[in-house]
Design a protein around this ligand. Sequence first.
Ligand code: LLP
Length: 427
Amino acid sequence: MDEFTYRHGALHAEDMPIATLAEAVGTPFYCYSAATLRHHYNVLDNALAEAGLAERLICYSVKANSNLAVIATLAQLGAGADIVSQGELRRALEAGIPAEKIVFSGVGKTADEMRAALTVGILQFNVESLSEIDLLAETANAMGKTAQIALRVNPDIDAGTHEKISTGKAENKFGIAWEDAEAGFAHARALDGVAATGIDIHIGSQITELEPFRRAFEKIAGLLANLRADGHKIQRLDLGGGLGVPYGRDNDTPPDPLAYAQIIADVLGDSGCTIMLEPGRLIAANAGILVTSVIRTKQGAASREGGKNFMIVDAAMTELIRPTLYDAHHHIAPVAENEAATKQWDVVGPVCETGDYLGLDRALPVLESGALLAVFAAGAYGAVLGSAYNTRLPAPEVLVDGEKWAVVRARPDYQTLLDGEAIPDWL
Ligand code: LLP
């Protein structure tokens, strides 16, 4: 469910016409719906509650969309945060997430980052290697603190997703190898400065089947039993994120959050542990669209079989890299509903890369220069993966909440972009 709907033929974000926003901020821009963010968070939280998981914490995975206003919207609902860098720590705190609801994930935490997180007193570090545990123990000891840690284990499960966003297979860089997991906990127990009180997994992203989750949770249940038999005091199970979302508007059926919650409850409900989740895409993806204007259309070699029609728009791989990086499909539709006959178009950006496209072979009407298009499900892994390649200005972000709206990240000007660079005085 999302709050991007057509009213009298005009696409709206909640109560705001997209065309009005486009006029005010210019294109391309991202538009987020606060009501949709809240709805997605509440659907998941209610599903967990309904499945009887009373002790729970949803840590929004900030990497999916780290705009301060987006994080603040979720902070107000009681969300925690899953962060992977000192920069994301700064954002989460600034947006109002309490330190004691923050988990720090990632394979490459530095001593500096550990100190920053220890200073504010985060809930948990998800550690991914023995050498990381050693560095954290040393860093915490030097500060007179004890870090609560969860060992991220790699369950060697194929989540059935795109190879670039699969994380739970033995060949992926993530987590401590399954066969080393118990030794890892024993290693941590012998150190001052860390308390190994949690188990963590994250098997991948955009996972559309529930079975891989079930298999992973079952492995965790087995590990938990062994660790407890060995005297470890495990209090938290962090089950990661990864639940898939619909990208095609009407035609794909993502997994049901309640069925997912039920599997957690079936397998781990009587563990006595707090159940933690790290959803990113589930909350943010369908809470955002990318709005772009048609620059012009052109035809490829018409004489050739399969000659292409190109719709050249002012958004590009610099605003949404998912189509070219992960072969991802994002629904694209005119902002003003249009019943005219359609043709097949490659919707492409102005960037000088053959891979610069937002959608291939899309049925769309012939549109004039300046016509607006919406690229759906761009709220997660859109703006955060943006770049200024070809010296394009990063697109602004707008948050709509009912009839209210605000620019929550402005488009910089060219001078600001150039001011960050310098020509050395010897040149
Ligand atoms: N927790 C950890 C440790 C993660 O690495 C991730 C995502 C998440 C949680 C959130 O996963 P989600 O619920 O959003 O699936 N750029 C890619 C996705 C990369 C995901 C990286 N890790 C894309 O656009 O598909």
